[in-house]
Design a protein around this ligand. Structure first.
Ligand code: 13P
Ligand code: SF4
Length: 348
């Protein structure tokens, strides 16, 4: 990596504090759960709505999406699905940037989310004014941003990437002779820089979940399970990535789980993905990579505190009331559409 742009310690502390104080829905009783599931199914039909769900949310929500013709997948797949589906309402169940991306791509559709406070530490790590000023200082560089950023940050960018296509897009830009600024994940930035060899200035944002996976403890765990394959999301620290058999986005890790010959898999990502991994690789033992140990500060070990804000009750409530609509100002939407569409075209 050529140079890095640090996130101030005060902002990092503020983000950790927000993550520590998220409100998780209380699990409903069996009876209440069945009633909610039934009511949501009726409302989805009545309101011409479809569920667009990320792998990290509660498995009950993933099951509901599967049962109702919705989608469960990674952030890239969610963007394609929302854009291509004919429903007039997209009920995006994940975190805020996913709802914003859906709205940017589908201004004519209603986009609603169970809780608009469900954000992402990578989004919070990259305030638009500071980021934009930094970009202004480097007019010779293309601005490439991760999907996990605000609509306003995307509006300042030339390209958007997700963890599924970041390496391919950087290799392409490197071949074009371009230099880049990348925001906002420090570990993903370093990983794609190493894979592509591109000249990069990297914003040092962090994911409160993946940043907590621990290298030494993972080595110890690998000694306990010597035949296990290690699957790692690239938002994890460098030492953890170095121990991986497979590094990839959620959908790439899911494929790796299916294709791996190992009977045990140590997985360094949010354990919400285990629902689909169990389906894809029945009979394999899934083990959460360690987040405890020396230097541990994790607030919500291996499970995103903001993804966890989505539940059956608030999902039903937004359908009943129509609250929690995503709005993106038109001048921002038009600009943010450019890097998103560039990426979607590249990835298809
Ligand atoms: P994916 O793009 O792999 O779904 O990752 C999104 C995310 O938030 C990972 O923490
Ligand atoms: Fe953001 Fe990390 Fe949560 Fe993904 S897991 S949404 S990167 S905080």
């Amino acid at each position: 990596m050529d140079r890095a742009i640090e996130v101030p310690k005060s902002l990092e502390n503020e983000i950790r504090s927000i993550a520590a104080h998220t409100l998780r829905p209380v699990a409903p009783s069996d009876e209440a759960r069945e009633a909610l599931q039934k009511r949501i199914k009726t409302l989805l039909i009545e309101q011409d709505a479809v569920l667009v769900v990320h792998y990290y949310v509660d498995e009950l929500l993933q099951i509901l999406a599967d049962e109702t013709g919705g989608y469960v997948g990674d952030s890239l797949g969610m963007a394609y699905f929302g854009r291509d589906h004919r429903a007039q309402t997209l009920l995006v169940v994940g975190v805020r940037f996913m709802g914003e991306t859906a709205k940017i791509l589908n201004p004519e559709k209603r986009v609603i989310m169970p809780d608009l406070d469900a954000t992402c530490s990578l989004d919070l790590s990259c305030p638009v004014d500071e980021f934009s000023a930094y970009c202004d200082e480097h007019p010779d560089r293309l601005v490439v941003v991760y999907a996990n950023t605000s609509a306003a940050v995307k509006a300042r960018a030339d390209w958007m990437v997700t963890s599924t296509n970041a390496v391919d897009i950087m290799k392409y830009l490197k071949a074009e002779g371009r230099k880049v600024i990348f925001a906002s994940d420090k570990h993903l930035g370093r990983y794609v820089q190493q894979q592509s060899g591109i000249d990069m200035l990297c914003w040092q944002g962090f994911c409160v979940v993946h940043d907590e996976f621990k290298t030494v403890e993972l080595q110890r765990m690998m000694q306990l399970y010597p035949d296990a394959d290690v699957l790692v999301h690239p938002e994890s620290p460098e030492g953890v990535i170095a121990l991986a058999d497979v590094v990839g986005s959620t959908s790439q890790l899911l494929r790796a789980a299916r294709e791996s010959a190992a009977k045990q898999l140590i997985v360094a990502t949010d354990y919400g993905l285990f629902h689909k991994m169990h389906q894809a690789a029945p009979g394999k033992e899934l083990i959460v990579a360690p987040t405890g140990g020396e230097g541990a500060t994790c607030i919500s070990c291996a499970h995103c505190p903001w993804m966890a804000m989505n539940g059956l009750e608030n999902l039903c409530q937004v359908l009943e009331t129509g609250i929690n609509q995503i709005h993106v100002p038109e001048e921002i939407r038009i600009k943010a559409l450019v890097p998103i569409e560039r990426m979607l075209k590249f990835s298809r």
